[in-house]
Design a protein around this ligand. Structure first.
Ligand SMILES: Cc1cc2nc3c(=O)[nH]c(=O)nc-3n(C[C@H](O)[C@H](O)[C@H](O)COP(=O)(O)OP(=O)(O)OC[C@H]3O[C@@H](n4cnc5c(N)ncnc54)[C@H](O)[C@@H]3O)c2cc1C
Length: 314
């Protein structure tokens, strides 16, 4: 029986189960033993889906300390000899995966979006060259197969519930944390953009008025999202980035304010029912893919739409 180790999706614990779909595609249904490694207190959503849940004891490691987490995963691998190690492609996951692969002296396929069987081999698919091509990687070596998996790329459909064995990991980590907490910044938004039916997304065209998007999102019972441009400039948090190196979203309404529509941004949009873009350049690529295009300044659009909403509700 093959053994797969799945590290927790620290942004949304429930999504950890989606990585079971990756293991099923590699080994086939019922042909592997699954081990989930969790830092979170709550493991209820995972009960019945995994054979083993290994809970890291509270206080042992901080959830932003990749070095300490690698210590734990390396130790668990030494004991269990996993055939595959699957890490969610969250911002923490992308820090852990290459460090762990180096320690285990195995290869890493990063940002995996699909798995195919090719004869006796597993073909691991990932976007390459900024998403311009899809690369197929064959695993033929002896070491564990290591991958970081792009969020939302796989969806696991649970079968019959399993008898889950829960155990605690208590061994102290050997390396002191390389990360120091300087200050804690309040997170304005607790809702995951992947769960929202209405996304109000801002890009380079609203960098000076990004906070205005929260007003509009509140009025439309939606959630604010952003392009990477605003994330890289420190204007928006990484957790709300849409795109190839961010999250894949499927809302009913995606309102794109001041977003150009680069290939990497559009890669994060899947099954959008309505796409509305507001842009000063009608020839921006996103406009040709939109259901409605509003040609003009995004800030002015927000003001005018807010007035209309207020009028409609009065
Ligand atoms: C490997 C790799 C991965 C990447 N991953 C991602 C990703 O996950 N997500 C992502 O978004 N990007 C990603 N990028 C970056 C991507 O290539 C683009 O640089 C980025 O998406 C541009 O963001 P933008 O459209 O918001 O900004 P810009 O390119 O600056 O576009 C701004 C748009 O706003 C319009 N505008 C300007 N002023 C106004 C105004 N007042 N009102 C209305 N409209 C206005 C402009 O006409 C323009 O169309 C990645 C790049 C690489 C190389």
């Amino acid at each position: 029986m093959k053994k797969t180790c799945i590290f927790q999706d620290t942004e949304k614990t429930e999504n950890t189960t989606d990585l079971l779909e990756v293991a099923e595609r590699i080994y086939g249904q019922g042909q592997f033993e699954s081990h989930a490694v969790l830092l979170a207190d709550s493991f209820d959503p995972l009960m019945g889906s995994f054979h083993h849940i290994i809970r890291v004891a509270k206080g042992l490691v901080d959830c932003y300390d990749p070095q300490g987490i690698c210590d734990i995963l390396e130790n668990l691998h030494k004991k269990n000899r996993f055939d595959s190690i699957l890490i969610p492609g969250t911002s923490l996951g992308e820090m852990i995966a290459p460090r762990l692969a180096k320690r285990l002296q195995t290869g890493l396929v990063a940002g995996v979006t699909d798995i195919k069987r090719a004869g006796d081999h597993t073909e691991i698919i990932r976007p390459a060259f900024s998403g311009k091509i899809l690369e197929g990687v064959l695993h033929t070596g002896n070491g564990p197969v290591m991958m970081s998996i792009r969020p939302n790329a796989f969806e696991y459909k649970p079968g019959d519930p399993l008898q889950t064995v829960v155990s605690a990991y208590t061994e102290p980590v050997s390396s002191p944390s390389a990360v120091t907490r300087l200050h804690v910044k309040e997170n304005r938004q607790t809702c995951d953009i992947r769960d929202s039916e209405v996304l109000i997304a801002g890009g380079g065209g609203v960098k000076e008025s990004f906070s205005e998007l929260y007003r509009l999102a509140d009025a439309l019972k939606g959630t604010v999202a952003a392009s990477r441009k605003l994330v890289d400039q420190g204007i928006a948090p990484r957790s709300i980035q849409v795109g190839q190196s961010g999250k894949t979203v499927s809302p009913k309404l995606y309102m794109a304010l001041g977003i150009h529509g680069s290939m990497q941004h559009m890669a994060g949009l899947r099954h959008i029912a309505s796409l509305i873009s507001i842009n000063t350049a009608v020839n921006a690529p996103i406009c040709s893919l939109s259901d409605i295009v509003v040609h003009g300044d995004a800030r002015e659009f927000i003001d005018r739409l807010m007035k209309k909403i207020a009028l409609y509700r009065s």
